[in-house]
Design a protein around this ligand. Sequence first.
Ligand code: ATP
Ligand code: ATP
Ligand code: MG
Ligand code: MG
Ligand code: MG
Length: 258
Amino acid sequence: MANSQYEYVKREFEFDRRLPPSNWIVVRIDGCHFHRFSKTHAFEKPNDENALRLMETCATAMLKKFPDIVFAYGASDEYSFVFREQTEFYNRRESKILSLCVSYFTSVYVMKWKKIFPNKELKEPPYFDARAVCYPNLKTIRDYLAWRQVDCHINNQYNTCFWMLVKSGKSEQEAQLSLKGTSSKDKNELLAQQFQMNYDDELAMFRKGSSVYREKEGKVVKNDYGDPIKRTRPILTVAHVDIIGFSFDKPNDAVALS
Ligand code: ATP
Ligand code: ATP
Ligand code: MG
Ligand code: MG
Ligand code: MG
């Protein structure tokens, strides 16, 4: 089609936004209407462990597929994918990066559904939205991840209280009212006093969210002369830990706890 009379429609109307160089690129995806999707598929409340495992499986597949993603963090129906700051993936074209990430993630979600939920039919097509945000330095990318993890904590603590109240007989409206204006400390006390529950005993996966990254695994092998040498290879790791303090300063390399 090159140089046809119609070619102007591309030349004059198509514009590519290139994300600024030397910035960490975060692609955040979030499930569309997952409140409803989770009801339709009878997810356990407040946290369906299998649904979270499925999201982790998708995130791990993303790191396998796209080597320039150095770190992923997710909770509930969302994931953030951090591309290394010098990435030249699709020349940093925003629409390519976003559409590839969100479509690949969604395809894996659908493909792996049956393995994780063998007895649950997928009743509607899951779909996700996506945005890209650039962060110019380590401080801002760290603060971004800290923001998402704090959000995970706040939401999970609220949801844990909310569903304990609902399961104990309160209506959803009553549960919402009794939590209005409560502090984090109040919520922990409510769980301890009314339900003999220690919030810190809840699964780390629920409280901390999921981090996916490459960790260097050291292995001693023999070289051609039979001498032992140390080989390292990156292995994909999923962890439920505090991510404040993670190190991102080794491009395309292992991201390790500092
Ligand atoms: P939007 O389309 O605007 O994102 P949404 O319904 O997806 O709307 P979110 O704010 O993204 O709303 O919240 C996601 C919802 O999905 C949560 O409220 C929760 O009810 C549900 N959800 C997601 N993952 C799980 C899970 N693992 N277990 C139980 N519920 C979940
Ligand atoms: P890129 O990732 O750059 O898009 P591509 O391999 O997808 O690369 P396209 O220019 O998008 O290349 O072309 C799509 C290719 O997919 C075609 O060359 C053709 O070989 C194949 N293809 C797509 N649909 C069909 C189809 N219905 N029947 C046979 N081949 C098809
Ligand atoms: Mg959502
Ligand atoms: Mg969400
Ligand atoms: Mg193509």
